[in-house]
Ligand binder design. Structure first.
Ligand SMILES: [Zn+2]
Length: 400
């Protein structure tokens, strides 16, 4: 279905490629690898597959969009991640202003209300109500094209966005990045300027790095980022977006010690606006292969209510082989076609019953250490897709 994870797998080079290729997400599980096998047969439901993916721009009418999913206290907050909006640049995460505008039209006609990271944190920490049908539009990496091409369209449709920036290249005036004046202008227009660390360094400790030194260095850089944003915009940033989407419990701890209240990932799925997962907020990364129907599918998607995930999300696992399991007992029968994927290194997907509870179980057997994304997906007969994803770290990652 969706090949974005595969496309993003090459994004590690993004920091080196600069403005010509704005991108910073990690590659996760391949969608094509693990099959549903027994899992699909074991879970009732008659889900549908997603709409065909084309790059054309067929209109999506409000009647084509399902109302947000509502069950088990879930507060759906679809968060979209943009990198490059430019009519000329072509890469795996660049879209044209025309596509961006078509997506904004869907949000507008569907009655969605754009909130920022700051709004979300206020909701999570102080109970400030969110508007109905909240959505979040986020931009990573602070590319100038975001200001030149996306900002005018945001204004046109009355949306505000959250910009996760790296102050270091901006303060040095590197080409292709926002200028300091542009950052100030975005903030004045009501957009939210948040932290993507000082200079886009990975927050995952690699083999041979001393933990205390690593943490001290990272927190210092986060403090730099916070200070710069506060100085330029007048507002203290409250959220971090993990560079490359790399994070684990240690990274979350550093973010918390630096004063952040929320952490944004590139794990695919609709975020839950409740506070329980404030440092593992899922987002949908936009890429040029997605059709507007794909955009709509994400907008209206729901979570797969898995529990008792082992190994727990964002944890480190010794070695490069591990058994992954997730309790699917609470998954409604209406959600069918359940799958769990993590690229070709995941094998033997099946459903196990333990003490009357049902688990999706599979084995990840990798050739090397590093971050792995695990996704559980399903769909229902009404055309809604469901996804929950998370990351684990196998062994000590090798320095890049
Ligand atoms: Zn980035």
């Amino acid at each position: 279905m969706r090949a974005i994870r595969d496309l993003l797998a090459v994004a590690l080079a993004c920091a080196l490629l600069g403005g010509s290729l704005g991108g910073c997400a990690h590659g996760g599980g391949s969608r094509a690898a693990a099959t549903t096998g027994n899992a699909s047969a074991s879970v009732t439901g008659s889900g549908t597959s997603s709409a065909s993916r084309t790059s054309t721009l067929p209109a999506i009418a409000p009647s084509d969009i399902l109302e947000p999913p509502s069950y088990q206290g879930f507060e759906p907050l679809p968060i979209f991640t943009y990198h490059t909006v430019d009519p000329k640049l072509k890469n795996f995460i660049a879209i044209t202003p025309a596509v961006f505008e078509a997506q904004l039209k869907i949000l507008k006609s569907g009655g969605y209300n754009a909130i920022t990271a700051r709004d979300l944190v206020a909701h999570q920490t102080s109970g400030t109500p969110l508007p109905p049908k909240p959505v979040m539009i986020s931009f990573d990496d602070g590319w100038r094209n975001q200001y030149v091409y996306a900002e005018p369209l945001l204004k046109k449709y009355g949306f505000k966005a959250t910009f996760f920036i790296n102050p270091q290249p901006i303060s040095k005036g590197y080409p292709g990045y926002l200028t300091t004046a542009m950052v100030r202008g975005l903030a004045k227009d009501g957009n939210d300027i948040e932290s993507h660390t000082w200079r886009h360094l990975s927050m995952i400790r690699t083999a041979g790095q001393d933990a205390a030194t690593f943490q001290r260095k990272n927190i210092t850089q986060l403090t730099f980022s916070t200070s710069w944003i506060k100085r330029v915009t007048g507002q203290t940033p409250v959220a971090i977006c993990y560079p490359f989407g790399f994070y684990d419990t240690e990274a979350i701890g550093m973010a918390q010690r630096a004063g952040y209240k929320a952490g944004f990932t590139v794990d695919e799925g609709v975020a839950d606006a409740r506070p329980w997962d404030a440092f593992g907020l899922k987002r949908f990364t936009i890429d040029p292969t997605q059709s507007l129907a794909d955009f709509r599918d994400r907008l209206q998607s729901g979570p797969v209510p898995v529990t008792d995930i082992q190994p727990p999300p964002a944890t480190r696992v010794a070695g490069i082989t591990t058994t992954v399991s997730a309790d699917i007992t609470a998954v409604p029968p209406s959600i069918g076609h359940l799958t769990m994927t993590s690229g070709p290194s995941m094998k033997g997907l099946h459903v196990e019953t333990r003490d009357g509870r049902r688990y999706l179980v599979a084995v990840i057997r990798r050739a090397k250490t590093g971050l792995r994304t695990i996704e559980v997906r399903g769909s229902d007969a009404g055309g809604r897709e469901y996804v929950s994803s998370w990351v684990i770290v196998l062994g000590d990652p090798v320095p890049k």
